[in-house]
Write a protein that binds this ligand. Structure first.
Ligand SMILES: Cc1cc2nc3c(=O)[nH]c(=O)nc-3n(C[C@H](O)[C@H](O)[C@H](O)COP(=O)(O)O)c2cc1C
Length: 198
């Protein structure tokens, strides 16, 4: 698939089939992530793939506990699109354990070497995660960037023995899509592009 077609149709997927995603496919996603640009080529990233059903169940229960107040009190979406997005986000959280794999994007504070800064951890992990979701789309695999599993960070750290110096940033849900990939809806170019001067 052409890379522009993959980017154009790389919608966040929140509904997945339960079929497992083969490890070779998951490894290819990590390969794609690690091709990304990163500060000074410091490559301070690390990726934890969680596909163990027991771990997903424990983490999923904790996530749901953390999200329950939000789901109970959330205001309705401002329009149909936002409401569908919120419903999808709720579905994803409630079905955490059924998502075939979760990839946790993590980073170490290593850049610049003489005075490591927290901001460079973000610069490290987000381009990598974006590479990953575009590569997944090209392989017919659905993904959704999320942050809500942060509610279960202590449990993930303990169950998965995550080293202390790794900071957890993004939790990418991965699976074969149950719904169709759609064109992403973004602002028109004219609204966001300026040549030389505003
Ligand atoms: C850093 C980041 C965090 C996100 N967190 C969540 C999340 O917690 N739950 C969720 O359902 N979607 C999450 N998303 C997905 C966005 O909501 C989604 O990309 C956006 O609504 C646009 O939809 P589209 O990508 O399908 O076009 C996140 C995206 C990013 C980049």
């Amino acid at each position: 698939m052409d890379v522009f077609e993959a980017m154009d149709t790389c919608t966040a997927m929140r509904y997945f089939k339960e079929d497992p995603v083969p490890r070779e496919v998951l490894e290819k996603l990590i390969y794609a992530a690690t091709r990304a640009s990163n500060p000074g080529n410091s490559q301070g990233w690390a990726f934890l793939v969680i596909d163990d059903p027991q771990v997903k169940q424990i983490v999923g229960d904790k996530v749901l506990q953390g999200m329950a107040p939000f789901f109970a009190n959330r205001p309705p979406g401002q329009d149909g699109v936002e409401e569908r997005m919120l419903q999808g986000a709720e579905h994803l959280a409630k079905n955490f354990a059924k998502v075939p794999a979760w990839i946790v994007g993590m980073a170490r504070k290593v850049y610049p070497p003489h005075d490591p800064q927290e901001s460079f951890m973000h610069s490290t992990i987000y381009p990598a995660a974006q590479n990953m979701i575009v590569a997944a789309r090209a392989m017919g695999v659905g993904t959704c960037f999320t942050t809500f599993p942060g509610h279960a960070e202590p449990e993930i750290r303990e169950l998965c023995n995550v080293p202390e110096d790794l900071h957890m940033f993004v939790y990418v849900a991965v699976g074969y899509p149950q719904r169709r990939f759609m064109p992403v809806k973004r602002k028109p170019m004219e609204e966001v592009l300026t040549w030389n001067r505003f």
